[in-house]
Design a protein around this ligand. Structure first.
Ligand SMILES: Nc1ncnc2c1ncn2[C@@H]1O[C@H](COP(=O)(O)OP(=O)(O)OP(=O)(O)O)[C@@H](O)[C@H]1O
Ligand SMILES: [Mg+2]
Length: 341
């Protein structure tokens, strides 16, 4: 089921936005518009975000990611096109209904979100609930719970400046979780963190997601982060979405040279799974004991493969044989020569 549906969305800044949309529809490009003082930040974006998925929007600086995200919760009004949240057209809501949706249904976590320096960690985490008008006792209960979820139990009474950058970022996440909003919009939420802490936050988000099953739109300019987190990834370039797919699909079948050059430095062996590179076969092969599940990264197959020349069996979680990976195929996949999936 789709939580969010985005249909032919345009966001133009500058002069005569409606005219700019028409020109774009007629094939003008972004550079031509810029010459006339108009910025086409988002051009004809169409996609849906499914319940419970992490949908990543990835692109270089200026490609339109933040603008796109802000239209998803009504912070920005699209120049043209529609955003449906649970089937309701956000662009058609009045200011009051929109505020309600924004404070109850959708939560946003920013990159440098502002923690209030003179409020405790607990009060910061409870902020979204305060805006909703939830009473104090209930606020504190839910904020305490959210802090616990993000690994900050015990820090409730501390001040923001007593926390490391990573911990402050978790307070921001706790604030979003405390509101019970089940759509989270995260704009470069981990980008300011140093690499180890960033990885740690990614792990924690994935862990939380297993339990909470939120619907998340996560923005990043980092391809590795996109591939680690995204159930699906939308790649943006110059305001347009140029490809939407799983990490594997984007890696194996890039839609154009731009995406191909973007993904060329990715560690394929960590992203590609046994299920993606196996040669499909049904029925029963002998179980030599060398079998793996569909979602095992092929990096983990190397050790297995070193033991013997026999193909590796790939099984479903229920143990059914799905395919085989001959050593040749594994070597080809590791070398980047696999084209089927
Ligand atoms: N309020 C605004 N007024 C005018 N132009 C804007 C506005 N907001 C964004 N833009 C322009 O729209 C384009 C897309 O900006 P946006 O912030 O969405 O990109 P981004 O992909 O989030 O970039 P970054 O990775 O640097 O955050 C840029 O050219 C930017 O200058
Ligand atoms: Mg941005």
């Amino acid at each position: 089921m789709s939580r969010l549906e985005v249909e032919h969305l345009y966001k133009i800044f500058g002069r005569r936005p409606e005219t700019a949309v028409r020109w774009l529809e007629e094939g003008a490009d972004r550079a031509e518009l810029r010459d006339s003082g108009t910025t086409a930040a988002v051009i004809d974006a169409t996609f849906d975000v499914r319940e419970g998925e992490i949908f990543v929007v990835m692109g270089l600086s200026g490609s339109g990611k933040s603008t796109l995200l802000r239209t998803l919760n009504g912070l920005l009004e699209p120049t043209s096109g529609r955003v449906l949240f649970d089937g309701h057209d956000l662009t058609a809501l009045g200011p009051r209904e929109l505020r309600r949706v924004r404070s109850h249904g959708i939560s946003m976590v920013f990159q440098h979100f502002a923690l209030f320096p003179h409020r405790s960690v607990l009060e910061n985490a409870a902020y979204g609930l305060e805006v909703q008008g939830v009473d104090r006792a209930e606020r504190e209960r839910r904020a305490t719970e959210a802090l616990e979820l993000t690994g900050l139990a015990g820090w409730e009474k501390s001040w923001p400046d007593e926390l490391s950058g990573g911990m402050q970022q978790r307070v921001g996440l706790a604030r979003a979780l405390a509101t019970d909003a089940d759509l989270l919009l995260m704009d470069e939420s981990f980008s300011a963190l140093d690499p180890l802490i960033r990885r740690d936050m990614q792990d924690q988000l994935l862990e939380l997601q297993k339990r909470l099953k939120k619907t998340i739109v996560f923005i990043t300019h980092d391809l590795n982060e996109a591939m680690r987190l995204g159930d699906r990834i939308a790649v943006m370039r110059d305001g347009r979405i140029v490809q939407i797919g799983t990490a594997e699909e984007i890696l194996l079948r890039p839609a154009n040279d731009y995406v191909a050059s973007f993904v060329q430095d990715v560690d394929r062996s960590r992203v590609l799974t046994a299920g993606a590179v196996m040669e499909k076969c049904a029925g029963d092969a002998d179980s030599s004991g060398r079998s793996v599940t569909m979602d095992t990264p092929i990096a983990d197959l190397c050790a297995l493969s070193a033991d013997s020349d026999e193909p590796i069996a790939v099984r479903s979680d229920e143990g059914k044989l799905k395919g085989l990976i001959p050593q040749q195929t594994l070597l080809a996949a590791l070398a980047g020569e696999v084209t089927h999936a």
